[in-house]
Structures are given as C-alpha cells and as structure tokens.
Design a binder for this molecule. Structure first.
Ligand code: ATP
Ligand code: MG
Length: 440
C-alpha cells in the first residue's frame, strides 16, 4: 500500500479497511458473493444490501476498497448512476457491476465508463470468481476498459491578487472535507506562490527537483515531497530563492500531473499569471480551467484574453469564470451583467466579499471554508457542482446563495430606477452573516 493511501487508512478507521466490498440488491446474490469470498479465503471483505447510492455513501465515509461489486438491478438509470459512482471512486478502484439486463449495449457503455466487468443475473459463484480473479490480476475483462484517473483543475487569476490562490485552497479543502474526495494541490509559482502559506505549511522541498528533473520523478518521490494537510488533502508548494530562476518544461508538469492523477480524484494547480509555454500548456490541457476575475475593466480585458488563449470548451474540457468580490462593492465596479456582456459568456460563479473573514482566516493559516459563512456557502456550491454531486446534505449558512452579491450589483440599478432598496428586505448581508457565523 502506498504512503498516501496508508495515511488515509490510519485516520479513517482503526480496523483494517475492506479490500473487496459488495453492495447487492437481493438475498440470493448476497449469498453467492459471500460464498465466493469464503471459498477463495479472501480477507477483509464486506457484503451489504444495497446498490449504487449505498456504495457512494460508503465511499464518502470509508477508505476505498481495491474492488467494488455493485448491483444496479434496482437502478432506473444504471448508466448515469454508474457514472456518479465512477466519479465517487478513487482512481484505480476496480468496479464490477451486476444487473438484470443481458444487454451487450449496456455492457459496452459500462466498460467505457471504466467498469471492469458486467455480470447479468442470475449470477453464479463461477462467474464472480472469474471476474474477481481478472480484477485482482489488475486486468480488466475487456481490452477497451480503461483505468480511471483523476481530473486536472487549473486555476489562474485574470489579474494579480484577484483571489486565485484563495479559490484553490478553499475549493481543495472543500472537495476533500465536504465532498470527501482525495485532492492534490500544486503551486506552480515556485518562488512567490502562497499556497503553502494559506495552510500554514512549510514549503515542499521536492517540488523544484520534481519539476527540474522529471526523469527522476516517480510515485515514491512525489509521495515524499508532498505535505499532508489532512487525510484527503495534500500539497506541493515551493518558496524557492529569488536569486536564480526555476526552469522547467511542459514534460515535467505532465509527468507530475500523471503521477498525481493516478492517486487523487482532483489535481488542482495554482497557475501563476505568466505568459510562458508551461502555464499555457497547463491551462490548455486541464479538464477544468478556472479563471478568477474581479469586477474591473482590466479584469474584463484579461479574462477575454485568457479565454482566447485557452480555447473553446469541448467534450470533457470546460472553462469556469468566477467573479470574486475580494473588496467591498464600489460604484467603480462593473456589474455581473456588464461583465458577462463584455466577455461574451456567462459568469459561472460569484464569490461574495468576505469582509474580514477571508483575510483573518488566511493570516491564521486556515482556509475560510473551514468556518461557516456566505463565502463558504458559495464555494461549497461550486465544489459540489464540480464533483457532479448534490450538496443537499450540507448544512447551509444562508438559503440564498450569493444573495449579498446579487443585491449589491442590483442595488445600483434599482437606485437608478428610483426603486426601493433590496438591502433592507434581506437578512443575508455579510455583516449580519458574519455575526451569526461567530455565534454558530
Ligand atoms: N472573496 C473575498 N473576500 C475578501 N477577501 C478576499 C476574497 N478573495 C480573496 N481575498 C483576499 O485577497 C487577497 C489576494 O488573494 P489571493 O492571494 O488568493 O490572490 P491571487 O490571485 O492568488 O494573488 P497572486 O496574483 O499574488 O497570486 C488575499 O488577501 C485574500 O485573503
Ligand atoms: Mg496566488
């Protein structure tokens, strides 16, 4: 077991983590699978009644098993449910699906999702054994099956100081702590980067070496270089001397990301605002590209330029524009509507102004997302949206996300039209929220 996964095992539970876990919809299948486990003398197995939803809940709370058997007989839409399951699975987990339909089309589609095998009911001990043996040998039963790997999220600021690192650190923390995903954060600004500072951590010694000598980098090297923030959150961030440049190329970043993607659901890269080939490459190849902007003219201009550089969205590659209110609203601000009109597309997300909360958290080496408040609500929505999961379970601080911001922008328009202020009608402005957060 790798260092990274054993860390998780120790923190998550005192008892040994289950190696093979099965969620089955009926008594007969439960019996067959339990018998196979016992015949094969397999240690650390678990058989439970359930299907995809129970498996997803299990993955959220326990260390991922090596092999997961899930019954989709009760699923109305097995493909989309298995897709959700695949998102919840750590990269590298082998998934065997059991279902009612003996349908070659379904089999092929499931294999495309990264499922190792599909068995139609009634299942026999022999079928399960064959499928398990194939999974244990690391081989999928079909040559088209592919190993799932994590997603690369590249975050950059349209301007300096607009909140890119704030987004990386908080989204990383929320994906790890609220969405229960394994997240690796990498700060590509090896000299001025502030990601380590955001978590009050010492800079990672190995980052520079990993980037400058990519042929020497392997899983063990990366594991040693990483700083563990908590059981699911890891960090690589440097603070190299300013005396000499740190030079690395796209191959180095690709190697590092490839290694990380095998072990983490998300690899989040804080991409500095430098018009170099490496940074351009990361932005162009990431699965999710995030541009953080502020409501200013300069930010509009540079958002347009960055969107042009990154190119159009395509299947499996999307760009997200975040408008971050890192300062108190002022009359000089550009409204969301004006911003959208100027950049020629929707703003995907607005982060409200965190008054003292964001800075206070940063100064004490904590992320603001670890405390309740409007900024946390907003970023939590984004984290769940990125992961494709619903955040219905998360206790909300306010029922109207971004209300403070929307009202701030809307306020001027209403004032110009001689309409009543919305501010007095809402209980969601940041000062009230901050007081409530302190009491909570
Ligand atoms: N929504 C917000 N509300 C209040 N303060 C914020 C908000 N977002 C960011 N800040 C503050 O703005 C400052 C700059 O943020 P951050 O370091 O994340 O920006 P950056 O884009 O990474 O900067 P750089 O270009 O230096 O890398 C920090 O002090 C941070 O606490
Ligand atoms: Mg930064």
């Amino acid at each position: 077991m790798s260092i990274l996964s054993s860390t998780i095992g120790q923190s998550d539970s005192k008892k040994a983590a289950a190696r093979v876990v099965a969620f089955l919809a009926d008594h007969a299948s439960e019996g067959t699978v339990s018998e196979v486990f016992s015949d094969l003398n397999m240690p650390y197995t678990l058989v439970r009644r359930g299907g995809v939803n129970e498996a997803i809940d299990y993955l959220g709370e326990n260390e991922s098993p090596k092999t997961l058997i899930v019954d989709v007989a009760d699923s109305e839409m097995p493909l989309s449910e298995v897709n959700n399951l695949a998102e919840a699975c750590e990269p590298g987990v082998t998934v065997i699906i059991i279902g009612n339909q003996n349908d070659i089309g379904l089999f092929r589609d499931l294999i495309q999702l990264g499922v190792s095998d599909y068995l139609a009911k009634p299942i026999t001990g022999e079928l399960i054994k064959r499928s398990l043996t194939s999974a244990e040998n690391g081989g999928a039963s079909s040559p088209v099956a592919r190993q799932r790997s994590g997603k690369l999220i590249a975050v950059t600021g349209a301007r300096g100081g607009v909140g890119a690192t704030t987004v990386v650190s908080n989204l990383g923390w929320l994906l790890a702590n609220e969405v229960h995903r394994r997240v690796a954060m990498v700060d590509l600004d090896t000299q001025f980067g502030s990601l380590s500072l955001a978590f009050d951590q010492k800079p990672s010694k190995g980052l520079r070496e990993a980037l400058e000598n990519h042929h020497r980098v392997d899983t063990l090297f990366v594991e040693r270089a990483m700083t563990s923030i908590d059981q699911r959150l890891f960090l690589l961030g440097g603070e190299e001397s300013l005396q000499e440049p740190v030079s690395f190329d796209t191959r180095s970043v690709d190697t590092l990301v490839e290694i990380l993607e095998k072990q983490f659901h998300y690899v989040m890269v804080d991409v500095p605002r430098m018009p170099g080939p490496v940074h351009r490459h990361v932005l162009q190849t990431a699965d999710i590209r995030v541009v953080v902007a502020e409501p200013s003219v300069a930010s509009v201009r540079d958002t347009i330029r960055l969107l042009g550089l990154m190119g159009k969205d395509e299947v499996g590659r999307r760009t997200i524009v975040i408008l971050n209110r890192r300062t108190q609203a002022s009359n000089a601000d550009i409204s969301v509507q004006e911003f959208e009109k100027a950049i020629g597309r929707k703003v995907d997300h607005v982060i409200p102004f965190g008054k003292g909360s964001v800075n206070a958290a940063g100064n004490s080496g904590e992320v603001v997302a670890s405390r309740r408040g409007p900024v946390t609500d907003s970023l939590t929505d984004l984290a769940f949206e990125l992961s494709g999961r619903s955040n219905a379970k998360v206790k909300r601080f306010s029922n109207i996300p971004f209300a403070g911001v929307v009202i701030d922008f809307a306020e001027r328009a209403r004032g110009a039209l001689g309409q009543t202020s919305l501010r007095n009608q809402t209980a969601n402005d940041d000062s009230k929220s901050t007081d409530e957060a302190k009491r909570a």
